[in-house]
Every structure is written in C-alpha cells, then in structure tokens.
Design a protein around this ligand. Sequence first.
Ligand SMILES: O=C(O)c1ccc[n+]([C@@H]2O[C@H](COP(=O)([O-])O)[C@@H](O)[C@H]2O)c1
Ligand SMILES: Cc1cc2nc[nH]c2cc1C
Length: 354
Amino acid sequence: MPPDVAPSMIARIVPVDACAGERARAYLDTLTKPPGSLGKLEALAVQLSSITGELMPRVTPPGVLVFAADHGVAAEGVSAFPQAVTAQMVANFASGGAAINVFARQIDAHVEIVDVGVASNLTMHGVTHAKVRQGTANMALENAMQPEEAQAAIEVGVAAVERARQAGAKCLIVGEMGIANTTASSAMLAVLAGTPVAQAVGAGTGINSVQQAHKVAVIERAIQARQADPDDPLDVLAKLGGLEIAAMVGAYLAAAVHRLPAVVDGFIATVAALVACRLCPAVRGYLVFGHRSEEPGHATALEALDAQPLLALGMRLGEGSGAALAFPLLQAAAGMLNEMATFADAGVSDNNSQ
Ligand SMILES: O=C(O)c1ccc[n+]([C@@H]2O[C@H](COP(=O)([O-])O)[C@@H](O)[C@H]2O)c1
Ligand SMILES: Cc1cc2nc[nH]c2cc1C
C-alpha cells in the first residue's frame, strides 16, 4: 500500500502569515484612498499577503485545474443528465468550447483537464490521463472507493498542482465535472456537517421536486448503509465521495503547502474544501471563495467553513466557472498593493494633515 499522502502533505502546511497580513493592512491605509474605502477588496488584499508572505503579492498567471470523474450512484437516477455527459464534457473542455474555457481565456489562465475517474476510456489530446478507476462504485450498494483509491485520487490533485506550479501558476482555480457528483457532495456534507439530508440536497443539473425526493431517499439509504465516521474526513470521502472530489482535496492541500491562493468554486468544490480543512484547519487561510452557488447545500458548506464568497450570480455550473469569474477581483486586490500610489508619493494630504 502506498504511504498515506494526506498526512505527509499536512505535515508540510504552515498557517498563513498573520504578520505579513498585518503589514499589508497598515500599508493599505497609506494608499491614496480613504482608509477602508475599498471594502472587501482590502480584506482580500490582506489575505493574499498573508498567504504569500509578501507585501506585494502576485496572482498572475492563474492556473485552472478541472478534475473529471464518474459516480456509480448515477445508476440510481439522481441526475437530470446521463453519465455519458461526463466524458462528452471532457471532450468539450479539451476542444475549448465549455464555459470554463471561455472564462479561462478571459483571464489568460492555463487550463489542465484531468481524467481522475471517467467511466469510459478517453484518449483525446488535451486531457491528462490519471484515471484511478472507471468511476466510483454505487454508494447506495457499497463504499464508493477503497481508502487506497481515495488516497491515489488525492495524489492526482497534488501532482496537478505541482505541474501548474512548474508552469508558473501563482493562483489556482480548481473545478470539477462529474454527473451525479452533487449526490456524493450532499451525502458527504450531511455527514460532515451533521445536517439533515434534505437540507443538503438540491436540483443539481436540474431534477424536479419528485426526483429530488428520490435523491434524498437514495442518500439517506447510502449514509445509513456506509456508516462513515463524521470525525474521519477520509472515511467520509472514501465511502460517500468521488474521485474528482478527492483530487480537489489534494489540490487544496498542495496549494497550502506551496502557499498559493486557491479559489474555491461552487457546491462540490466547497465540500472538497471542507474535507481539506477538516484534515488540516490551516488550509482554510489559503482559500478564497469565488461565488455562492444556487445549489442549496452550498450555504451549509460555506457556513461550516465560515466563508463569504465574493460573487453571487445565481450560477450552478461547476467546472471552476464561478472561481474563474472571481479571479479578476484577486487581480484587483493584488494590483492595489502593487500599483497604487501612497499619499506621500502622490502628494495627497492624508486624514492626519488637518
Ligand atoms: O458547482 C456547483 O455549485 C454545481 C451545482 C450543480 C451542478 N453542478 C455540476 O453539475 C454536475 C453535477 O450535477 P448532478 O445533477 O449530475 O449531480 C457536475 O458536473 C457539476 O460540475 C455544479
Ligand atoms: C452540459 C453540462 C455541463 C456541465 N459542466 C459541469 N457540469 C455539467 C453538467 C452538464 C449536464
């Protein structure tokens, strides 16, 4: 059995640098604006300094990582779309036609699509082959993954961050694609946050209320049968999770190891972030929450992480789309620290001059 990747990563994570954050906070008040007038952007600038340890943090170029995998629980009829759409969308990502491709081009991001567990064999150009298995098992009938498979999928996420870093990425935008992964995420969230399943379940890709009641029943049955330990995030991940969700956990851990800001996307991404933060609470400081998804469980997941996302655009797509759209705000926050003139530089009277 391979050595557990999560503990070895966790040992390398240090909390964000609060002193660097304080220096940025003080410096912001010397810039040519009334103190605090850039609101949440100032808090974001402070966070970027505390993540990188630098008064003048850099977030460009960003790297987009999209992890794709299938879910055995799709066989229970919990999604509005057939399982084949996962592979079809991976092909669409590879040819540059998906929303994430468009948004990534707008921010000059390098994009890597990683097959961590798509059910069919993919051979197209532009997809990294890192398949751990051909989709998870149906969690209603058996554990979604073996613990070693979850570990291997975490390792896929770690390795992808390493490649993004080698390619020069200064900020990570992490996304996913996987038909039925809202079912896995809702099950994980219900166990990890101790909330009723009905509160963690939504329409995903667009199921109706009758189908949603069925989805709740499938998840309740799976939770009852799997008996995942709520105090053991890796147990929850392996028994109820997904391969792409595990890869995202690995990506967030690796971002923290390398002191890179990671922009969290929607519901599935936030549940993965919750696993990473339960494994290592110091990861939380490295995460910037891009948007609030329409998926109702997202509110519960965000609350569990005490997170307030930057945007709320009524989106529920996934792929990293909401995180990519939030990225220009990180650019603005970093740009403020790097480029704004101080009162002294610009010869502008500050509020202590009268
Ligand atoms: O990111 C979100 O908040 C989000 C909310 C609902 C659906 N999705 C996407 O839709 C797919 C999962 O939906 P479903 O209905 O198949 O479970 C998966 O590919 C996700 O990327 C994503
Ligand atoms: C078309 C489609 C695109 C997606 N992107 C992320 N999840 C998705 C689900 C569907 C169904």
